[in-house]
Ligand binder design. Structure first.
Ligand SMILES: Cc1ncc(COP(=O)(O)O)c(C=O)c1O
Length: 376
């Protein structure tokens, strides 16, 4: 009699691991939340201050200011830099929408510049995009891979511009050992739940070495109050970092380096084992990338993603439509062909699963599945 072998079920490989990360820290997270509920200082209490101290240390900066999310971090920073109507701020067209919407919310006009083979701003394209109205550059470290800060810094200096780093996807990434976020006038981070050490809700934080800028940010996030709700120096916002979210991020911060190490190990397995048919994200020797994502360039991207999904491997596309082609940007007057590198990459980018809950054998399974697709 012939026996039918049961089909061995393979574990799904997810692109995202929020539940897995939180389940592992559940007891710590709940007791941190309990402590805040017990002491009752929900607004700008000891947890916010502790996270600010620890985040400033992580970024090697003298100040950190906790705010309500990463988009607000960027918007308040641009406002604190006194961006005004008629000003232009340069950024990359291939980022999350907030890199550009923050410029609009601060009252200025986003001016895009094309990216290079590393998916980050191309310094020469940035220099070509500078006009008399340009005040600064929002540099995105896309996917946790640092942008060319040295070259961008030289250009910014030559034209009298400031740089704000959109480091939302890059906590603890470094260039020559220096943490991202500490290169420009300020660095803005998102602590959104999908980020590596994310909160259980919205949260964000800004770092800077400029004490005056930090003071202005503290006013802006808290209604402009200079004392407890009596003196209001400027119109501000309610944009404070929530104490419960700060407490949750504090429980995760001691794990960040371990998670980054695992993500980098996973990236190394991809680099060794992905077929040559796909293009790997370039990595400069001086950079310490933290791999919030691992975006490859792949022919037949969407069919490859379907093939991987059929094998229980989920992927993501960051980002399918470059920002200058979104309806929100129609008023800026851009069109197809304006940023050919970003546009061409957008048709081929595919983010493979990279998170710290995956190990070498998971990543090898993804590599085999990618190779299998191209040799069908
Ligand atoms: C590059 C980038 N900038 C800004 C943001 C905005 O952060 P938040 O969602 O916390 O507002 C994000 C979040 O996804 C991001 O990835």
């Amino acid at each position: 009699m012939t026996t039918i072998e049961p089909k061995t079920a393979t574990k799904p490989i997810q692109a995202i691991n929020v539940q897995q990360q939180n389940a592992a820290l559940r007891a710590d997270i709940l007791s941190a939340v309990g402590r805040v509920i017990d002491h009752g200082q929900f607004i700008l209490g000891p947890e916010v201050e502790a996270l600010e101290r620890q985040w400033a240390a992580l970024c090697d900066t003298s100040h950190a200011v906790g705010v309500s999310n990463g988009t607000t971090a960027l918007t308040l920073t641009l406002r604190a830099l006194r961006v005004k109507s008629g000003d232009e701020v340069i950024t990359a067209p291939n980022s999350f929408i907030a890199s550009a919407s923050a410029i609009v919310h601060a009252g200025a006009r986003p001016r895009f510049a094309d990216v290079g083979a590393d998916y980050n701003l191309d310094p020469q394209a940035v220099e070509r995009a500078i006009t008399k109205q340009t005040r600064g550059i929002v540099v995105v470290h896309l996917g946790g891979r640092p942008a060319a800060m040295e070259a961008l810094g030289v250009i910014a200096k030559r034209h009298g511009l400031w740089i704000v780093e959109d480091a939302a996807q890059a906590p603890s990434a470094k260039i020559h050992g220096q943490p991202v976020g500490s290169f420009g006038a300020a660095g803005c981070f998102s602590l959104h739940p999908l980020k590596t050490a994310g909160a259980c809700g919205d949260a964000g934080i800004i770092v800077t070495n400029n004490g005056d800028l930090a003071d202005r940010l503290r006013l802006l996030r808290n209604h402009g109050f200079t004392s407890r709700q009596e003196d209001c120096a400027h119109w501000g916002f309610n944009a404070r970092l929530d104490a419960i979210q700060a407490a949750i991020v504090l429980t995760k911060l001691p794990h960040l380096q371990g998670w980054v190490t695992q993500r980098r190990a996973n990236a190394a397995v991809y680099r060794e084992n992905l077929p040559e048919l796909v293009t790997l994200p370039p990595e400069r020797a001086e950079n310490f990338a933290v791999y919030q994502t691992f975006p490859i360039l792949a022919d037949q991207r969407d069919t490859l993603a379907e093939h991987l999904q059929s094998l229980d491997i989920s992927t993501a596309v960051h980002y399918r439509v470059p920002m200058h082609l979104l309806d929100a940007c129609v008023g800026l007057g851009y069109g197809v062909g304006d940023f050919p590198v970003a546009e061409s990459q957008a048709t081929r980018l595919l983010s493979l699963p990279i998170h710290e809950g995956l190990n070498e054998s998971d990543i090898l399974r993804v590599c085999e599945a990618v190779a299998g697709f191209y040799t069908r």
